[in-house]
Design a protein around this ligand. Structure first.
Ligand code: CA
Length: 230
């Protein structure tokens, strides 16, 4: 999952970048409203963290422009304390959630996970596909309860496919959602990641749809078990 952070306070920006990448996200940063608007307009983010008090273009205007252009990624706004009217303007402009500064990083990460899940149509905190489980809180995966050791990029690929399980995800889409802007993107490495993931979680969980992309599925022998759950 790829996140955009638009925040003019350099310390907070650095802190958010560190916490988000540690939590397994690809992160892009913008220090003012114009840069932030441009990135959100041109790159496909899974969610955006948007400060409202920004130089060059304020956060509410940035959000209004994105929404007017049909950008529907979830947006969490950051507001200064006792600026309740700002919060209202933010929601009216299309924000999905907010946090008032100062806030705990843990709360921001929890709200972000909830936004990403909702955007993907899931409500449970852990994502499951048969015996495969991805715990987005700990950025960990397991099969039948056995933990799977994944690199940061493998985790991002798996997490993105899990959020979109059952759907064919084109390789280019995967590339756009697992690398940050500055990364030297090579779509061939995706195949390498998929190959390694299959070795680790089982080869029948990620299907290649030739010419289209990848699809994460529940293997046939686990489907009946899932159906008996209730
Ligand atoms: Ca600010």
């Amino acid at each position: 999952m790829r996140i955009l952070v638009v925040e003019d306070d350099p310390d907070l920006r650095r802190q958010l970048a560190g916490a988000l990448s540690q939590a397994g996200y690809a992160v892009d940063l913008a220090a003012d409203g114009e840069d932030g608007h441009f990135l959100g307009d041109t790159e496909p983010y899974d969610a955006v963290i948007l400060d409202l008090g920004l130089p060059k273009l304020d956060g509410v205007s940035v959000l209004e422009r994105w929404r007017a252009d049909g950008k529907d990624f979830p947006v969490l706004i950051l507001t200064a304390r006792d600026r309740w009217s700002e919060k209202v303007a933010g929601f009216d402009a299309g924000a999905d959630d907010y946090l008032t500064k100062p806030f705990y990083t843990e709360e921001l990460l929890a709200r972000l996970r909830a936004l990403l899940r909702r955007a993907a149509g899931h409500s449970a905190a852990a994502l499951e596909a048969g015996a495969l489980r991805v715990d987005t809180r700990a950025a960990r995966a397991s099969v039948n309860g056995d933990p799977i050791k994944l690199t940061a990029h493998e985790y991002r690929v798996l997490s993105y496919l899990m959020h979109h399980q059952g759907r064919v995800v084109p390789r280019t889409e995967l590339v756009e959602h697992i690398y940050d802007q500055d990364f030297d993107r090579d779509s061939n490495t995706i195949e390498v990641f998929i190959g390694r993931l299959r070795k680790k979680i089982g080869s029948d969980r990620i299907l290649t749809e030739r010419g289209l992309g990848y699809r994460l599925v529940i293997p046939e022998n686990e489907q009946r078990v899932a159906g008996q759950a209730i």
